[in-house]
Write a protein that binds this ligand. Sequence first.
Ligand code: DGL
Length: 266
Amino acid sequence: MFSLNKNPIGIFDSGVGGLTVFAEVKKALPNESVFYLGDTARVPYGSKSVNVVRHYSLANLNLLITLGVKAVVVACNTASAAALSFLQERFPNLKIIGVISPVVEYLLTRPELKRIGVIGTNTTMASGAYQQALLHGNKDLDISVKACPLFVHLVEEGLFKGKITEMAIDMYLSEMKKNPPDALILGCTHYPMLRNIISDYFGKKVEILDTAFYTAKKLAGILSENGMVNDGSVENDRFFVTDDPNSFRTTTELFLGYKVDNVFHI
Ligand code: DGL
């Protein structure tokens, strides 16, 4: 049996996209081992209703708890928007963090950023979770949001640049570009892979904010404040998927630049 400090961190996502969060967690916490769960059988979450996303998220969380994790990151923006408080209410003694509040908390330390753009999936944008969190922190923020559902598919095809992706960006974001925000939150696991092309589209004046980076920093703070930092050796990371492990293994290369081993069907 592990001591609690040595137990892995659990991360779950609807599929492969949460590997952007995995990468930031590994950078911020190289001495922690991570169990990553991708619900590849039921992806995408971004077009599903809040109730369905809650149901899937609860199943994911239960699996990670069975695997003995000491804290959980809900890497999926859609699941964070639809299900985070639902999960936290059911497991009040487990540290469960989502990807929305860390970037919002950061933004609130930057009062000069008054006009905020947020992009994500249909369900994330329709939930109003980002809008509520931002306005709760500062009711004077001017917020514009846009669902960009095709971006997930473009990223999964490896189309991080090129004509088709440029056209999709222009189709979704030309209105926002006319009156550009001071900062743009990439509110979806896949969008960091389009960071450069989106930044080129808006130009240098728009600050691009990646939720994964702030989430990893917040997790590091929570572990250290609660005496939960791993004080022993680091176990190998493990990846669990609900569909074919081979196709997941292949796609990891797109997101991480290398193929992961230790992928198990669950
Ligand atoms: N992981 C999802 C998110 O961050 C994107 C993919 C999906 O729709 O499931 O919202």
